[in-house]
Design a binder for this molecule. Structure first.
Ligand SMILES: N[C@@H](CCC(=O)N[C@@H](CS)C(=O)NCC(=O)O)C(=O)O
Length: 214
C-alpha cells in the first residue's frame, strides 16, 4: 500500500495516523513533482494528497481512505459501536473536515507578515472558538471524543489543532482550547501513532512558518 503524502499536510497526517495505529504495512512517499502535477495525476487522477494506492484501488479524500482502511483492517477497531454511535463518530469527523479545519486553512495567507490583517485574524479566531465550543458540546470525552480508545472521529483533529496552535503562536494570539477538550488532546498526543506523525508535522510546519517570516 502506498500513501502519497507530505508531512506539512494535515489531511495526510489524518490518514498516516490510521495506517500507523493499525500497523498496516505501507510506504509514505511524496507525490512525484508535487501534488497537482501531471506526473502525479497519472497515478492519482484528482492530483490531491493524501492519495492511497492499494493494488488496483486508487483513492483520494482522507475520509474515504480512512473508512476503507477501517473496513479492510478492522483491528484495532476505530469505528466502534452500533449504527447510532458510528453515525455520531462520523458527525464529529465531518465537523473537523467541514467546520474546524477550513477556518484554520483560510488563514494560511496570513502567515506571512506582509499579508496579515488583524481584523481578519480576530474574526476567524472567534469563528474557530465557536466551532471548538460546538465540538466540546458534541463530545463526551472518555478520554477520546466519544470512545475509550482512539476512533476515526479523533484523528483529523490531532494534526489540525497542532497546526492551529503553531499558527496562533506566529500570529501572537492566545490558543484557547475549551477546558473540556484539554484532557482529550493530552490523551490523543500520547498515542504512539499520533506522536510519531505529529513529530514530522511539527517539524514541517515550523519550517514552513519560518520560511514565510522574510
Ligand atoms: N478533502 C480533502 C482535502 C485534501 C487537501 O486539501 N489536500 C490539499 C493539500 S493539503 C491538496 O491536495 N490540494 C490540491 C488540490 O486541491 O488540487 C481530503 O480530506 O483529503
Amino acid at each position: 500500500m502506498i500513501l502519497y503524502a507530505l508531512p506539512i499536510s494535515n489531511f495526510c497526517s489524518k490518514v498516516a495516523i490510521v495506517l500507523r495505529h493499525k500497523q498496516i504495512p505501507h510506504q509514505i512517499i511524496p507525490p512525484p513533482n508535487g501534488y497537482g502535477s501531471p506526473e502525479y495525476k497519472l497515478v492519482v487522477p484528482t492530483g490531491k494528497i493524501p492519495g492511497l494506492v492499494d493494488g488496483e484501488l486508487v483513492l483520494s479524500e482522507s475520509e474515504a481512505i480512512n473508512e476503507y482502511l477501517e473496513e479492510q483492517y478492522p483491528n484495532p477497531v476505530m469505528l466502534p459501536g452500533d449504527p447510532k454511535k458510528r453515525a455520531q463518530l462520523r458527525q464529529l469527523s465531518r465537523h473537523h473536515d467541514l467546520a474546524v479545519e477550513p477556518i484554520i486553512r483560510s488563514l494560511f495567507g496570513q502567515v506571512s507578515p506582509q499579508t496579515r490583517n488583524t481584523e481578519v485574524l480576530q474574526n476567524k479566531a472567534a469563528e474557530l472558538q465557536k466551532q471548538l465550543n460546538m465540538l466540546a458540546d458534541l463530545a463526551d470525552p472518555q478520554p477520546f471524543l466519544l470512545t475509550a480508545e482512539m476512533s476515526l472521529a479523533d484523528v483529523g483533529y490531532a494534526p489540525t489543532l497542532l497546526l492551529g496552535e503553531l499558527m496562533w503562536e506566529c500570529f501572537g494570539m492566545t490558543w484557547d482550547l475549551p477546558s473540556q477538550l484539554q484532557e482529550w488532546q493530552q490523551a490523543l498526543w500520547q498515542v504512539p501513532a499520533v506522536a510519531e506523525t505529529l513529530r514530522e508535522a511539527r517539524e514541517a510546519t515550523v519550517t514552513w512558518i519560518a520560511s514565510k517570516q522574510g
